[in-house]
Design a protein around this ligand. Structure first.
Ligand code: A3P
Length: 325
C-alpha cells in the first residue's frame, strides 16, 4: 500500500494477518494503521479501522448505501438510466454481460485500493462521464471535496431487520470460503445492535444521508429499497429527474422505463451468467449478491427478543427523523 493511497481512505478495513505483509517502505502505513481505533468484526484476525477522507468531478454520481441494502440493484438502475442513450439496444447492454459492481466501481474497494485489497483495481482515467461510483462510506466521513462539489449522491436505505439478515447471510458465505468459523446470529446480532458492523452503525449511516437529503435535496436523493420494489416506475423517474436527465414523453410511451426496470429486476439479474458465476472480489462470489430479495424475510431468522431489542433501538435512534420502517 502506498502512503498516498492511505490518505484517501475513509475507513480502512484490514486483516491483521495481512499487516505482516507490509514491506520496509510501508512501515509508516503499518504504523498508522496500528494507531487507528479498531473493532473486531466476528472473523478471526479481522478488524475495522477508522480513518478519513477523499475527492470528485461535478458531474460524478455516487451511489451510497449501507452494505446489503440494495447497492447492486441501485448501481444497475443508475447505470441503465444515465447510459440509456448509449445503450438503447437491450440486446447488447453491458448489464447483460457484467455485474453492476464491475460497471460502477466502489470508491473504497476498486478505486482507492491498496495492494492487498480483495477487490480488483478499476481504471478511472478512461471512464465515460458522468462517472458512476459506489460507496459504503458514511456521509460524515466523506471527504470535503465530495460534500462541497456538485456531484450528486443517491442513497438507498432498507429496513434494518432485512438489512441485518442479508448481511449475516452474506458474511457467513464469505466466512465459509475463508474457512472461518460460522458467525452465530446471536453474537453477531449483539454486535450489530452496538453499531459494530461494516461501515459502522445502521442508524448513524442512514441518518447522516437522510439529514443531508433534507438539507440539500439537490445534492442527496434518499430512497428506500421497499419503495423501489413497490413502485419502480415512479422511483426510476425520480432518479432520472434528480440526475437532470428526465425521461421524455416519447421515452415513456416507448416503454424505456419498463425496459430498465426489467433489465435490473432481481429475477433477470440473478439468472445472468455474468452474475451467477465468478467472483467480484477474492473468494466473494457474485451470486452471493443475489439471495432472496424479499421484504420481511427477517421473520425467518430473528427471535422475538431480537426483534424487540432492535425495534427499541430503531425507535429511539429514528425518533423525530420522520423515517419509519
Ligand atoms: P437479500 O439478502 O435479502 O436477498 P447489496 O447489493 O447492497 O449487497 O444488497 C444485497 C441485497 O439486495 C440482497 O438481499 C439481494 O438479494 C438484493 N438484491 C440484489 N439484486 C437485486 C435486485 N435486482 N432487485 C432487488 N433486490 C436485489
Amino acid at each position: 500500500m502506498a502512503s498516498k493511497d492511505l490518505t484517501n481512505f475513509t475507513e480502512y478495513q484490514s486483516k491483521d494477518v495481512q499487516l505482516e505483509a507490509f514491506g520496509e517502505e510501508d512501515s509508516k502505513c503499518k504504523e498508522l494503521i496500528l494507531s487507528l481505533p479498531k473493532e473486531y468484526y466476528g472473523v478471526p484476525n479481522h478488524y475495522f479501522y477508522f480513518f478519513q477522507g477523499f475527492w470528485p468531478k461535478d458531474s460524478d454520481v455516487v451511489v451510497a448505501s449501507m452494505p446489503k441494502t440494495g447497492t447492486t440493484w441501485l448501481k444497475a438502475l443508475t447505470f441503465a438510466i444515465v447510459n440509456r442513450n448509449r445503450f438503447s439496444s437491450l440486446e447488447n447492454h453491458p448489464l447483460l454481460t457484467s455485474n453492476s459492481h464491475e460497471l460502477v466501481p466502489s470508491l473504497e474497494s476498486n478505486v482507492y485500493v491498496d495492494t492487498i485489497s480483495q477487490f480488483p483495481k478499476f481504471d478511472i482515467l478512461n471512464m465515460i462521464e458522468p462517472r458512476l461510483f459506489g460507496t459504503h462510506i458514511p456521509f460524515a466521513s466523506l471527504a470535503k471535496s465530495i460534500k462541497e462539489s456538485n456531484c450528486k449522491i443517491i442513497y438507498i436505505c432498507r429496513n434494518p431487520f432485512d438489512t441485518y439478515v442479508s448481511y449475516w447471510n452474506f458474511m457467513n458465505k464469505i466466512s465459509l470460503n475463508f474457512d472461518f468459523p460460522t458467525i452465530t446470529i446471536e453474537d453477531d446480532f449483539e454486535r450489530y445492535c452496538k453499531g459494530i458492523c461494516h461501515v459502522g452503525s445502521f442508524w448513524d449511516h442512514v441518518l447522516g444521508y437522510l439529514n443531508e437529503s433534507i438539507a440539500r435535496p439537490d445534492k442527496v436523493l434518499f430512497m428506500k429499497y421497499e419503495d423501489l420494489k413497490e413502485n419502480g416506475n415512479s422511483h426510476v423517474k425520480r432518479i432520472a429527474e434528480f440526475l437532470d436527465c428526465p425521461f421524455t414523453q416519447e421515452e415513456e410511451s416507448n416503454g424505456v422505463i419498463e425496459n430498465i426496470i426489467n433489465l435490473c429486476s432481481f429475477k433477470k439479474m440473478k439468472e445472468l451468467e455474468a452474475n451467477k458465476f465468478g467472483e467480484f472480489g477474492r473468494k466473494i462470489e457474485k451470486n452471493y449478491l443475489f439471495r432472496k430479495a424479499e421484504v420481511g424475510d427477517w421473520i425467518n431468522y430473528l427471535s422475538p427478543s431480537m426483534v424487540e431489542k432492535l425495534s427499541k433501538i430503531i425507535e429511539e435512534k429514528f425518533s423525530g427523523s420522520g423515517l419509519s420502517f
